[in-house]
Design a protein around this ligand. Structure first.
Ligand SMILES: [Zn+2]
Length: 302
């Protein structure tokens, strides 16, 4: 119930592209996109889900919102009759972990970075949306957590989660399907639009740029990339995104150095050359600047 209140509250503050009121989940359809043999991306509402299916069962990355669990499980059943063994959370946000409680009660092992456990296990506040997120119930909490990296050996694959510090949050993981040349980036990568960066829980645009660079060094032109949000991507898409993030920093740092407060910085329309390509997502340019400007101000003071 607490969750539903939080979700409904969120609706009023304009997160409508990633959040829905309870009854609006009814109209959500889960779309299955085949990435490779035994690998799928599921899209519904919230973060993209990654699926490995094979002899050992289902390995799942992220689980969107609780009301969608039956539809998500039905979509997985179309892929394979085998049970879901593990779900790994790429970070703590509710549009990626909302199904945890249902899956946990079903006996699915929930895995995440140590900081995801900490944040799900205590009340959180998302300052950018003035939104309180109550601590998750026990069944929704990860039962296995890790610090740096963890590998799963199933379905003939090595599925490795690597933690990257302080990018989108303080608990981000990127999942590498080692022998399939496919990765799931979580919300380090919003394909095609300005990303949300949750500096209230450890995110930073500088950390995000560093992490994207690190990921680019580990992939090639054939790599398939499941982003946190947006369509299936390739290396070129991630390079374009990195270029955009670098341009954003280059455009905002001089304004912060000049000592301009946020409102004045926004008035200068500093991202005007990027907005047409990147400003059509759930974060409008002004809101995106608002979300990252304090981090840039702090950085330029150093
Ligand atoms: Zn997120």
């Amino acid at each position: 119930m607490k969750y539903i209140i939080a979700l409904t509250a969120a609706l009023f503050i304009g997160l409508t592209n990633i959040l829905f009121a309870q009854n609006q989940y009814d109209s959500v359809e889960i779309k299955t996109i085949k990435v490779d043999d035994g690998l799928y991306m599921l899209q519904g509402a919230g973060g993209n889900i990654g699926i490995s299916s094979g002899v050992d069962g289902i390995f799942m990355i992220d689980d969107q919102f609780a009301p969608l669990t039956p539809k998500i499980l039905a979509a997985i059943k179309e892929i394979s009759p085998k049970p879901v063994k593990f779900v790994i959370n790429t970070h703590w946000h509710f549009d990626h972990t909302g199904g945890n409680e249902n899956l946990g009660k079903d006996g699915v092992i929930i895995v995440a970075h140590d900081n995801v456990y900490k944040r799900l296990n205590s009340d959180q506040f998302m300052k950018d949306f003035n939104m309180n997120i109550p601590a998750a119930p026990k069944a929704a909490l990860p039962v296995v957590t890790f610090n740096d990296r963890v590998s799963f050996h199933m379905n003939g694959l090595e599925i490795q989660a690597q933690h990257f510090a302080n990018a989108h949050t303080d608990g981000d993981s990127v999942i590498f399907f080692k022998n399939k040349n496919t990765i799931h980036t979580g919300d380090i990568f919003f394909n095609g639009f300005y990303p949300y960066i949750d500096s209230g829980t450890g995110g930073s645009i500088y950390g995000m740029i560093k992490t994207v660079k690190h990921i680019l060094g580990q992939i090639d032109d054939q790599t398939k990339i499941i982003p946190g949000h947006g369509p299936l991507a390739n290396k070129q898409d991630l390079q374009n995104y990195q270029h955009m993030l670098a341009e954003v920093v280059k455009s905002l740092e001089p304004l912060a150095q000049e000592g301009l407060p946020l409102e004045e910085a926004i008035k200068r329309d500093p991202l005007k050359n990027l907005n047409e390509t990147w400003g059509g997502g759930f974060l409008k340019p002004e809101k995106f600047i608002e979300i990252i400007y304090a981090t840039i101000q702090k950085h330029t003071k150093k």
